[in-house]
Design a protein around this ligand. Structure first.
Ligand code: C2E
Ligand code: CA
Ligand code: CA
Ligand code: CA
Length: 280
């Protein structure tokens, strides 16, 4: 029994050691990737509920590997947040998204609105607003064509700081969306205290539509809260025409996002899809 215990312990430390080494290697690789800008943005269309037209897109980051592969954000955003590397990664994402969207406008694709995910750490960082407004100037993108997506986890951060940053952005004309709505620490009181224009219904609630009664009830309630607070609604993760039918009948949403329409696409693929026109 003593031996087994010792072995277990040895096994445990080795495993932990490997995990620490793995995380350090990943952090180191991420640092190098940031210096070299080894990232790309993919764009997932947002489709207007009424017209079926693509009116905007969410910018989603991927890490490009030397072999041409792409690493999903789920595999490096958490570490980037822990280490603070998200601050420079987030700056790059904002810049690239604004640059590309301004370019598409100039190329005649229309005044698309681009949504960029902001990490809570970015919102806590002094100077975010000033840098973002300067970036809009520099890229020539009108503030109305930029939306930032924040999650309910910002409610756990320094509220004064977060609220000041979001209000300044909103005043300048930048849209503010609350992402993954209903999955986190939402307090309805906060919804009114922050300049939130759009609620994004999380995919986990759309998944069970139309048959799951709980999901149907939750989605219906979110839509009515949004209507009462005069906010737009975007439904995420729409994968089936049955889900789409339910949402359209509820007359709920300003727009939809999901694999039913398109997966996140490389910039060139997104431009091709735009050239094909609307969905219905
Ligand atoms: P999110 O902001 O909730 O983004 C939506 C995710 O759902 C994307 O995954 C998208 O590809 C996926 N998705 C959209 N429609 C469907 C669908 O119909 N079915 C399914 N199964 N999935 C769908 P992705 O691109 O892997 O991004 C994952 C998360 O990584 C994002 O979740 C976001 O939290 C984070 N992320 C991505 N890019 C950035 C970024 O630039 N900055 C920050 N801070 N976070 C980012
Ligand atoms: Ca998002
Ligand atoms: Ca989301
Ligand atoms: Ca989500």
């Amino acid at each position: 029994a003593k031996d087994a215990g010792r072995n277990n312990f040895a096994f445990f430390t080795e495993d932990l050691g490997e995990r620490v080494m793995g995380a350090l290697r990943l952090e180191n690789d991420l640092r190098k990737a940031l210096a070299r800008k080894d990232f790309v943005l993919h764009y997932q269309p947002r489709v207007d509920m009424l017209t079926g037209q693509i009116t905007g897109m969410e910018a989603l980051v991927r890490w490009s590997q030397p072999d041409g592969g792409l690493v999903s954000p789920a595999d490096f955003i958490p570490l980037a947040e822990e280490t603070g590397l998200i601050l420079s990664l987030g700056e790059w994402v904002l810049e690239e998204a604004c640059r590309q969207t301004a370019l598409w406008s100039a190329e005649g694709l229309g005044a698309l609105k681009v949504s960029v995910n902001l990490s809570p750490r970015q919102l806590e960082q002094p100077g975010l607003t000033g840098r973002t407004l300067a970036l809009l100037e520099r890229t020539g993108l009108p503030p109305e064509q930029l939306e930032v997506e924040v999650t309910e986890s910002v409610f756990l951060k320094d509220f004064g700081m977060v609220s000041q940053a979001l209000s300044a952005l909103a005043e300048a004309g930048v849209g503010v969306a609350l992402d993954d709505f209903g999955t986190g620490y939402s307090s309805l009181a906060y919804l009114k205290k922050l300049p939130i224009k759009t609620l994004k219904i999380d995919k986990s609630f759309v998944d069970g539509l139309p048959l799951d009664r709980d999901d149907a009830a939750i989605v219906t309630s979110i839509v009515s809260i949004a209507a009462n607070l005069n906010m737009d609604v975007v439904a995420e993760g729409v994968e089936s025409s049955a889900q789409l039918e339910f949402l359209r009948r509820l007359n709920c949403c300003s727009s939809f996002q999901g694999y039913l329409f398109a997966r996140p696409l490389a910039a060139s693929e997104f431009a091709l899809l735009m050239a094909r026109g609307g969905y219905y």
